[in-house]
Design a protein around this ligand. Sequence first.
Ligand SMILES: *Cc1c(COP(=O)(O)O)cnc(C)c1O
Length: 395
Amino acid sequence: MMDELSAELERRRAAHLYRSRRVVEGPQGPEIDIDGRRYLSFCSNDYLGLANHPKVITALQSGAARYGAGSGAAHLVTGHSMPHHALEEELADFTGRPRALLFSTGYMANLGVVSALLGTGDAVFEDRLNHASLLDAGLLSRARLARYEHASPSALERRMGSSRARRRLVVTDGVFSMDGDLAPLPALAEVAARERGWLMVDDAHGLGVMGASGRGSLEHFGMALDAVPVLVGTLGKAFGTFGAFVAGEEALIETVIQSARSYVYTTALPPSVAEATRTSLRLVIDEPWRRDRLRTLIARLRAGLAALDLPRRGARLMDSPSPIQPLVVGSAERALAVSAALAARGVMVSAIRPPTVPEGTARLRITLSAAHDEAQVDRLLEALGESLAEAASDT
Ligand SMILES: *Cc1c(COP(=O)(O)O)cnc(C)c1O
């Protein structure tokens, strides 16, 4: 067995697709410590700088003092505590929907929601670039899975037109996690309505960030809530903590509670984490300056990259209005080389390779946070200019 596995691992390494972990020695933030060295980091999804916020940490600590370290059981047994319940009500209020339901992770929320809604004989329509958890959710549901061309309402319409399934669910990321672009939600909602489908949006990277008040991609487009009856959000990104939720009407939430296996058969989040998230939700609402700052930094980075004459350096900046700013460099080998050249300059940007992204579009996924400052963005630009040149001469 081990010989066979080792040979496979070796092939993966030779193809520059081997993945490995780094041990981070302190909290998330613009600077992180790895192996005794400090790096300027543009890798995390802590878009608003809340993962290490003192008020959020204090809420976690006092939550643990009051409710203990673990929840002890699943929500339907005795694991559903006051902090969970209060957070659900606050998330429902934040998203403007009657109910919200907490899950332990976004991955589990997606598996649970899609498979609670669909079964054999139904159909699920997914954007080709949807997050892996949404694609897995479609497969697990046993519905027929159709993938449509990225961000294309007309491709969706063709797919739906040729389907005779009774129940039809359209599923999309709000902000695409590896590309940073937004789904064309108003047009997708129109197609879904015309074709008698329901629309589900996973706004993991939009909530807290997009829209003037951080209510996500729907707010960005000024959409009516009923155009998107199923909204999923995650709490480990802009909210800085951990967990996820689905929000919608009473009947949707009760259906998920009754039948989502990744809800029923798992331990509830620690209540202290829910307490921490209640505090970060307050900060998301009360401190719009975090979103303003993020927009300023995004504009600065994009202007700086435009000035670098990227095509001449073998790189392409994707068209993204979000804090996810991917720089496509082509091969996995080159993405690793640029990432290593940046690390040698004390700057951490992760190389994203196939199968996470399509073959030939390996990239540096730069993410910005409201915790960064202008000087740090300028340092990144300088290091990128040098690293792209260096990797071009090596590979
Ligand atoms: C990160 C992410 C998830 C998974 O959320 P976790 O809470 O990390 O499991 C789901 N969907 C999208 C679009 C994501 O980016």
